[in-house]
Design a binder for this molecule. Structure first.
Ligand SMILES: C[C@](O)(CO)[C@H](O)COP(=O)(O)OP(=O)(O)OC[C@H]1O[C@@H](n2ccc(N)nc2=O)[C@H](O)[C@@H]1O
Ligand SMILES: Nc1ncnc2c1ncn2[C@@H]1O[C@H](COP(=O)(O)OP(=O)(O)OP(=O)(O)O)[C@@H](O)[C@H]1O
Length: 290
């Protein structure tokens, strides 16, 4: 029986700018995304009966067509007329609805794993194109590593990884609707040309950690922070406790802080733990293998 175990890492946005609303209702973005070593793990095996079955370690998440990994498997099966089915067991470690693309990363891992298990021989580009039909962040998760993402997030240009850094993630216990955040941004006075993302790409290419910290930027903070003061409080707390820089990831509510000095990681982690239940000390990853 062909079986694979594949990692599905969380992403953070180091820069996120929204250029304009498009005719299809999505927004044209210019973002720099990278991955951290907090990951779900998916075990995938063939099913001879042709069915797609998903099981999750977290009972509260859907395992039917609402699950993004289930959607990825079904779409791949249909598009390539695969007769076999698959069983996917998802060990969930990434907090849900956090702005860390947990579901998108599970979908990407399902596509990559099934490409092997079903012996389809598809390229990363083929898999990313299918992934982008499921969600805007899936194409990046298929590519992995660090990238400049444009279009609605699915046009991926891989760049080198940032220099090593610790990352503190803190997620307050609230849910944020990505759709609503984009909708509210549209209604606000906001102009952008994507210069922040360009500066971030340059900072990474020159491996300039200080410039990376100075250029962290997420326009969606202008919507989520006033809507949810607890997110702003976490960001302030992180900055006070000694991170080099802090930013909200995606549409939120997770805030991440970068720290280069390992000796400081515990202090920041403990300062946040007393304040917020879901706190993680992880590292940026540059290795794209899964
Ligand atoms: C906020 C980010 O996570 C940053 O990486 C992404 O832009 C959102 O990625 P995602 O969660 O995969 O988003 P999708 O599932 O494709 O879209 C959710 C909703 O967000 C809005 N949306 C998303 C992406 C985009 N470029 N423009 C949008 O307006 C749309 O209203 C869409 O209905
Ligand atoms: N495999 C999955 N893992 C987590 N959530 C999933 C999954 N499949 C579907 N979902 C649903 O997707 C929603 C968003 O979850 P997810 O953790 O992907 O959000 P997110 O981190 O905010 O994503 P993004 O950063 O791409 O906006 C949840 O409400 C959840 O019910």
């Amino acid at each position: 029986m062909v079986k694979r175990s594949i990692k599905a890492p969380a992403k953070i946005n180091l820069a996120l700018d929204v250029l304009h609303k498009r005719d299809d209702g999505y927004h044209e973005v210019k973002m720099v995304m990278t991955q951290v070593d907090l990951a779900d793990r998916i075990e995938i095996e063939n099913r001879e009966d042709g069915q797609i079955k998903v099981e999750m370690s977290e009972g509260f998440l859907p395992v039917d067509h609402r699950n993004l990994a289930h959607q990825a498997a079904s779409l791949l099966k249909k598009r390539y007329e695969v007769k076999k089915g698959a069983h996917l067991y998802i060990h969930k470690h990434i907090p849900v609805a956090a702005g860390l693309a947990g579901g998108s990363s599970d979908a990407a891992a399902a596509l990559k794993g099934l490409n092997e298990v079903w012996e389809l021989g598809l390229s990363i580009e083929d898999l990313a194109a299918i992934g982008s039909e499921i969600g805007s962040d899936v194409a990046f998760c298929v590519h992995g590593g660090t990238a400049l993402a444009t279009g609605r997030g699915e046009v991926i240009e891989t760049i080198e990884s940032p220099p090593p850094s610790w990352v503190i993630l803190a997620k307050p216990p609230i849910g944020v609707s990505t759709k609503e955040v984009y909708r509210r941004l549209e209604a606000s006075e906001h102009t952008a040309n994507g210069a922040q993302a360009e500066r971030m790409v340059h900072a990474i290419q020159t491996q300039d950690y200080e410039a990376i910290c100075e250029n962290l930027y997420n326009v969606l903070e202008t919507v989520t922070l006033p809507m949810y003061p607890e997110v702003k409080k976490i960001k302030d707390r992180m900055l006070d406790s000694g991170v080099d820089a802090a930013l909200m990831s995606g549409s939120g509510p997770t805030v991440f802080g970068l720290i280069q000095k390992e000796a400081r990681v515990n202090r920041v982690y403990n300062a946040l733990r007393g304040f917020c239940e879901q706190v993680y000390a992880v590292r940026l990853i540059s290795d794209k293998s899964t």
